[in-house]
Design a protein around this ligand. Structure first.
Ligand SMILES: [Zn+2]
Ligand SMILES: [Zn+2]
Length: 365
């Protein structure tokens, strides 16, 4: 990882046209660089980023586990102020505070119009920031399809109150929504990292009866209770499948949420489902994922397996903001650490090594 690169004389002449940004340079290589401030084209807006964060997905990119082009600015969780508005964008003004989801659908393609916003343009196509276009870990950010993606932030809410809605809250809450969780359902949430904690909060919001968290890290166990888990099982100390069977009087859970992306958690989620139950999968898997036949009842158990990629777009963000504004959910406690953009490489190290009880880091450009 390199430190801030020194500006050349040429750069200094155009200093006002450049910004600092965290650039991916190759496997295990990121650094702050001076790059041009983007200008908005048709349907686009440039926002000045006032708060962002680092996602587990950014770590996958840094470790070479998810491919993106070297030279790309990372990050997909932006809160900021409208800086410049391109032609064709109406109903917004310079200076307005906005939240943009991690997923920025166009709202016009066949996939979007089928309701699969996250799959805009094709598989995983809704995820553009820090994947196929420059991302949010910078002083300024170009927002594509701005008309469909800029959600205005009410004056009485701070950046810290809304920044986690862009990705982990939208993703986490979606697990219970996609599972069509019913009032009083019993839910197990496998792993209580940032996404799993939001999945726990989402299950509570949707009216689950018993919520069982599975997690070995003591700090995360405590957070799981704060987010709504009544029982937290440590998979390193107990047989999770057996314990959940006992807790549900042999019946199994109505909804099992997988929030890690491993074969073991996927299998356990399947093993503790009641017949006809739903496995709601949020994890990002790598390598091979196989479905074991016995817990799958050889294909005859009426199980449902659903996956959800972070729902985005301004209407999704507006709804999530509503939940915060009306006091239904408060995720600020998950922002355990604060850094300036200048310290972002350090923040990546802390977050990547899961040091100091970190859940999410707030980055202020
Ligand atoms: Zn993310
Ligand atoms: Zn689309």
């Amino acid at each position: 990882m390199s430190a801030t690169e020194t500006l050349t004389v040429e750069d200094k002449k155009t200093k006002s046209l450049t910004m600092r940004a965290l650039v991916f340079q190759g496997k295990h290589q990121i650094g702050l660089k001076e790059v041009p401030i983007p200008t908005p084209g048709y349907g686009e807006v440039v926002m000045r980023v006032t708060l962002t964060t680092i996602c587990g997905t950014d770590l996958h990119i840094l470790r070479g586990e998810y491919p993106v082009k070297p030279g790309l600015i990372l990050g997909h969780e932006p809160v900021g102020v409208i800086h410049e508005i391109g032609p064709g964008v109406t109903g917004y003004e310079i200076g307005e505070r906005v939240l943009v989801g991690a997923i920025t659908p166009c709202g016009q393609c066949n996939f979007c119009l089928s309701g699969n916003w996250s799959q805009c343009g094709g598989p995983i196509g809704g995820w553009k920031f820090g994947n196929t276009i420059h991302g949010a870990q910078a002083e300024y950010l170009l927002v594509p399809h701005a008309q469909a993606n800029l959600a205005k932030i009410p004056d009485d809410l701070t950046d810290e109150q809304v920044v986690l809605l862009a990705d982990i809250a939208s993703t986490g809450f979606s697990a219970a929504e996609s599972a069509d969780l019913k009032l009083g359902d019993t839910v197990a949430v496998f792993a209580q990292g940032p996404i799993g904690l939001c999945a726990t909060a989402g299950a509570k919001l949707k009216g689950a009866g018993l919520i069982i968290g599975v997690e070995s890290d003591p700090v995360r166990q405590e957070f799981a209770r704060s987010m709504g888990a009544q029982v937290v099982l440590n998979h390193e100390k107990v047989d999770v499948v057996e314990e959940i069977r006992k807790l549900t009087h042999g019946r199994g859970v109505d909804v099992a949420i997988e929030a890690l992306g491993t074969q073991a958690t996927f299998e356990n989620a399947l093993k503790i489902l009641r017949p006809g139950g739903t496995l709601s999968s949020l994890g990002v898997y790598s390598g091979k994922l196989s479905v074991p036949l016995e817990p799958f009842a050889a294909g005859l158990g009426d199980y449902k397996i659903v996956t959800t990629l972070c729902p985005g777009g301004k209407e999704r963000m507006r709804r999530l903001i509503e939940l915060v504004q009306r006091g239904h959910v408060d995720l600020r406690m998950l922002l355990t650490h604060h850094f300036s953009l200048d310290q972002i490489v350090e923040a990546y190290q802390l977050f990547g090594e899961r040091r100091d009880g970190v859940i999410k880091v707030a980055i202020k450009p």
